[in-house]
Design a protein around this ligand. Structure first.
Ligand code: SF4
Length: 731
């Protein structure tokens, strides 16, 4: 077989197009990995509009992970101290349905939880919502997106009345000023950064501002790096707004015509004089002024952010404060401008579309909205009131629910919370107490498998057909091109079979994932993420397509439609100009106006103090993905980053008499870990950095999240994984 399959990289939210072909091809040597095993050939898809043929090291080496450490068969055990025994799918399904029924009738449906993943395809997400929120009446579906970008979701909804980034990658190459805050784009979203950096190098008048306590590769490329103290983002943003107002760089017409609540915001920012802000943020006034001047003098400003903003106890306020800057300067709804949240997981956006968080329903609907519930109930053929009006348990709520016994059944799929959750000792202790945990994953062993009663083998990317949506709303079909190993099944097939065995036969009578997708898109009709014009067939024949894509028309680019810039392939003459594309912008709020959010800075949930004098910040490395289930087993990426470390500024290292590579004990109020020191000026004095990838399978006592805490944003309920207070002790 020489056929090339066009698909999407299953790592990050950039969503690069890939072309995959079999290891053996006539007239060519068989493609092999470092150990001599035949592997599929992977290259960038030049026709994919998001990535234009580019891939980073993770995408280029993905094929090497496909056959390593796979889970082949269902396995069960009665208690966590026993060994797993292999069972048939029939036995596994029987056990699971009996346990679900038992918990449903003894504790109620709200004791049943599922913790899913942005690695799901949209079909997996959709069937999980229908099973949990619809048929079982439990809104307890949350995903690892809660730890990644739920603050962006909350910020967009509160400011614009609906979720959905109003920008696309084409804006990277149309902007006059890129404002990157809380994002190490060069390492975490490499192909987005490649596009931006190339454009920036070609156009020296274009400014790039990077806000980050670390001097990352992203900051190295910037015209201006603002190394603010952790937790002072809102001070900085309000300080920039203060200067824009003082220097009269605001767009009064836009504020009057298209926004509400500006007076409350103006009252807040008047308290953020440059002197106060520079002092709080630990930066020069001149640099603050330069940032404000770049904003004010640019025709088109594009903000980019990711986990550094979202993973915060005031994450939603930070997102809204970024959006405020765009609203006050009219930097939205025109090419090259807007507030652009970069998602972490490859299909976090698809999860948002399908309702894959505990407060959402499919089609950008909200659990709390009675009309939204009624629409979904009617569509699913449920009786009125079947969907609970209460948002379900979030990721961290599930942990506390295990602690207090209110969670009777936990189903984890395609994610590894025993590495990625905050306060890992507490998380693991709670998982130990779980009465019944189903763990459905492609890989085995993983850290989370240690806490499972049932293991279900999942087919992964390359072995099942479904769609994923990347950060810029481009939907790509990812066809199966190889057989799943052993008895592995697609996630949606597993959920659907459980649904049928619970008696919902008609609800889950899908012959294939195309039918699942066809049903899902009907639920997006007339919603902001309208995809009724999409199907597997259409995506296969026309290629990746950006939404909105309603059945009746190809996108909506007329007056009054916001909050999305037009897809690249819907280019209009306006796209190349700096003129506002839309006049009379209407947002998805009841009055059609975008709302200013007025926030004072609250700072870190756990600031440093004399006992724990350093701020620990965590993050990702270029070659690794999340908890190493794939990249930890690929020679090239493992060699790039063989072990965890802690970055310490030379001044702090000298004071504590720590030398390069020396082992350092790092203590927080929750636990202690050990890392070799990497002494570098890339990190600011008083702050230390640890990568988050390594779990207990890979390194002893070197889990970054053993140190972090679960304090969360009150609106998005996203934990502050980015910062906690620690002390350092040289070993
Ligand atoms: Fe994959 Fe992200 Fe790298 Fe693109 S940038 S190849 S999507 S990991």
């Amino acid at each position: 077989m020489t056929e090339v399959t066009k698909t999407l990289c299953p790592y990050c939210g950039v969503g690069c197009g890939l072309e995959v072909s079999p290891p053996a091809q006539p007239g060519k040597a068989t493609h092999r990995d470092g150990q001599g095993n035949p592997i599929w050939r992977v290259r960038g898809d030049k026709a994919h509009p998001s990535s234009q043929g580019m891939v980073c090291v993770k995408g280029a080496t993905i094929a090497e992970s496909l056959d390593k450490n796979r889970l082949h068969y269902p396995m069960v055990r009665d208690s966590l101290d026993q060994k797993f025994r292999r069972v048939s799918w029939d036995e596994a399904f029987d056990l699971i349905t009996k346990r679900i029924q038992a918990v449903r009738f003894t504790q109620g449906p709200e004791a049943i939880c599922m913790y899913g993943s942005g690695q799901f395809q949209t079909e997996d997400y959709y069937i999980a919502q229908k099973l949990l929120k619809g048929c079982l009446g439990s809104n307890n579906f949350d995903a690892n997106s809660r730890l990644c970008m739920s603050s962006a979701v909350a910020g967009y909804i509160q400011s614009f009345g609906a979720d959905g980034p109003p920008c696309c990658y084409e804006d990277l190459e149309l902007t006059d000023c890129a404002f990157l805050i809380g994002t190490n784009t060069a390492e975490c979203h490499p192909i987005v950064f490649n596009r931006l950096e190339k454009y920036h190098k070609r156009n020296r008048k274009v400014k790039m501002i990077v806000v980050d306590p670390r001097r990352t590769p992203t900051a190295e490329a910037a015209d201006l790096h603002l190394a603010i103290r952790p937790g002072t983002d809102i001070d900085l943003l309000n300080g920039i707004a203060h200067l824009l107002m003082r220097w009269n760089y605001i767009d009064v017409g836009f504020i009057d015509d298209c926004t509400s609540n500006f007076p409350a915001y103006a009252e807040v920012i008047c308290h953020y004089s440059p002197e106060i802000v520079a002092d709080r943020c630990g930066i020069d006034i001149k640099d603050l002024e330069t940032a404000a001047r770049y904003w004010g003098e640019s025709q088109r400003v594009l903000s980019l952010w990711s986990m550094g903003v979202n993973q915060s106890s005031e994450g939603t306020a930070k997102v809204r404060t970024i959006i405020n800057l765009h609203l006050m300067t009219g930097q939205i709804g025109k090419p090259g401008a807007g507030p652009f949240s970069l998602t972490g997981q490859p299909n976090a956006m698809g999860g948002r579309e399908a309702g894959g968080l505990a407060h959402l329903l499919p089609g950008y609907r909200l659990v709390k909205n009675p009309q939204h519930r009624a629409e979904v109930e009617e569509f699913w053929g449920l009786k009125r009131g079947q969907i609970s009006p209460n948002p379900g348990l979030t990721a961290w709520d599930m942990i506390t629910g295990l602690e207090d016994g209110t969670v009777g059944l936990l189903w984890i799929a395609a994610t590894n919370p025993a590495v990625s959750m905050p306060d890992l000792e507490r998380t693991k202790a709670a998982l130990m107490r779980s009465p019944f945990t189903i763990y459905q994953d492609a890989y085995y062993p993983t850290e989370t498998a240690t806490y499972a009663h049932v293991l279900l083998p999942a087919a992964q990317w390359s072995e099942k057909t479904g769609v994923m949506t990347n950060s810029e709303r481009t939907v790509t079909l990812c066809p199966a091109f190889r057989r799943p190993p052993g008895e592995a099944k697609a996630d949606w097939e597993i959920f659907a079979e459980v649904g049928r065995r619970l008696g919902f036969v008609g609800e889950f009578a899908f012959a294939n994932s195309a039918e699942v997708y066809a049903e899902f898109v009907k639920l997006t009709r007339d919603r902001p993420c309208d995809m009724t014009g999409l199907s597997h067939e259409q995506l296969r024949s026309q290629g990746p397509t950006q939404w909105p894509h309603p059945a009746e028309e190809m996108g909506r680019t007329g007056d009054g439609e916001i909050n999305f810039t037009p897809p690249p392939h819907h280019k209009s003459p306006n796209t190349q100009s700096s003129k506002r594309l839309y006049t009379n912008l209407r947002f998805h709020t009841p009055d059609g106006r975008a709302r200013f959010g007025a926030y004072h800075s609250r700072g870190l949930a756990e600031p440093p103090d004399p006992d724990y004098p350093f701020v620990l910040t965590t993050g990702r490395l270029y070659g690794h993905w999340h908890t190493l289930t794939r990249t930890g087993r690929i020679e090239k990426t493992r060699q790039m980053h063989p072990e965890p470390f802690i970055e310490i500024h030379p001044r702090d290292a000298a004071r504590l008499e720590i030398t390069d590579n020396q082992l350092v004990e790092v203590r927080s109020r929750r636990s202690k870990t050990f890392f070799p020191a990497k002494i570098t000026k890339a990190i600011a004095p008083g702050t230390v950095f640890v990568p988050m990838h390594w779990g207990a399978l890979w390194a002893d006592n070197a889990e970054a999240n053993a140190l972090t805490h679960p304090e969360s944003c009150p609106d998005s309920l996203q934990p502050e994984l980015k910062a906690c207070a620690v002390q350092l002790i040289p070993v």
